[in-house]
Write a protein that binds this ligand. Structure first.
Ligand code: F6P
Length: 326
């Protein structure tokens, strides 16, 4: 590929608050640097179907505050096949797109990595997922907003939990990562977090809750990360109900409300910085990297590293939750 004159931008996988701020930043930064921008609709699907439109600065006006993604998003099965990617490449060439900026989670960046390898297309990824499970960046776009949504919900659940002296299991998203559950629990002052990274037995949980009830508390809130590894909130609630019938147990599954809403200042700033840095990376001749922020500095993380390495949960956070929930 020669000089890059035109970039294509798409959002893929689960949406995350702040994706629009990222679309705005990439578009405006590209135009500022003399590049043409094309918006690709419905993730990789738009590359296959040719749902592509030129974006000017005004196409991204008034969107920084909006949740969701104006480009729509999808999980595209066809793009996982070589035939599908061939069509995507041909459409890209037809549209005159020289490089792609992909905003999404690990599945989306995996697609970008394969595509870039097969067709020698420069691809730059932005970490867009509420799960915060991409290695090499302190946080991902949407994570902070989702965390604040969880906090707001758990604060409300606490009111009714206290009135009725109940034990609540609140299930949060995160796929196979426990960041939302653990940090949500710390922020909300919950008694415990059940996360896939650490196994929690019911008797351990009972010990903790019982101590709390005995000492000073008349209600308890436990955040549970959705995951086949934890089994989810229902699973724990059923076990506690069966083994310790003395507790009045309720379950709340927060679900997709965690993916919506206006992005927080943190997510808007993160998305703006990452979007501008994506264009810097393209201008510098970088390719096949995810842009991250590590210790407040912009970093380029090779796709393979961002996707394959498990982002560790800090042990310190687990200890903080344990100590503060006595
Ligand atoms: O990856 C983001 C996420 O919200 C996960 O936390 C969750 O497991 C999944 O997407 C839900 O996907 P869907 O919107 O397809 O139900």
């Amino acid at each position: 590929m020669g000089t890059i004159k035109c970039i294509g931008i798409l959002t893929s996988g689960g949406d995350a608050p702040g994706m629009n701020a990222a679309i705005r930043a990439v578009t405006r930064s590209a135009i500022y640097n003399g590049l043409q921008v094309k918006g690709i609709y419905r993730g990789y699907k738009g590359l296959l179907t040719g749902e592509i439109k030129e974006f000017k600065s005004q196409n991204v006006s008034n969107i920084i505050q909006l949740g969701g993604t104006i480009l729509k998003t999808a999980r595209c099965k066809e793009f996982t096949t070589p035939e599908g990617r061939q069509i995507a490449y041909e459409n890209m060439k037809k549209e005159g797109i020289d490089a792609l900026v992909i905003i999404g989670g690990d599945g989306s960046l995996t697609g970008a990595r394969i595509f870039a390898q097969e067709f020698d297309v420069p691809c730059i990824g932005l970490p867009g997922t509420i799960d915060n499970d991409l290695f090499g960046t302190d946080t991902t776009i949407g994570y902070d907003t989702a965390l604040n949504t969880i906090l707001d919900a758990v604060d409300k659940i606490r009111d009714t939990a206290t009135s009725h002296e109940r034990l609540f299991f609140v299930e949060v998203m995160g796929r196979d990562a426990g960041f939302l559950a653990l940090n949500g629990a710390i922020a909300a002052g919950a008694e415990a977090a059940i996360i896939p990274e650490i196994s929690t037995e019911v008797d351990q949980l009972e010990e903790l809750i019982k101590n709390g009830f005995r000492k000073s508390k008349n209600s308890s809130i436990v955040l549970v990360a959705e995951s086949p590894i934890t089994g989810g909130a229902m699973h724990y609630a059923e076990r506690v109900k069966n083994e310790y019938p003395g507790y009045d147990v309720r379950v709340t599954i927060l679900g997709h409300l965690q993916r919506g809403g206006s992005p927080t200042a943190h997510d808007r700033i993160l998305a703006s910085r990452l979007g501008a840095a994506a264009i810097d990376a393209i201008m510098e001749g970088q390719r096949n990297v995810m842009i991250g922020i590590d210790h407040d500095e912009i970093v380029y993380v090779p796709f393979t590293k961002a996707i394959k390495n498990d982002k560790p949960i800090k042990k310190e956070l687990i200890n903080v939750l344990r100590e503060l929930s006595i």
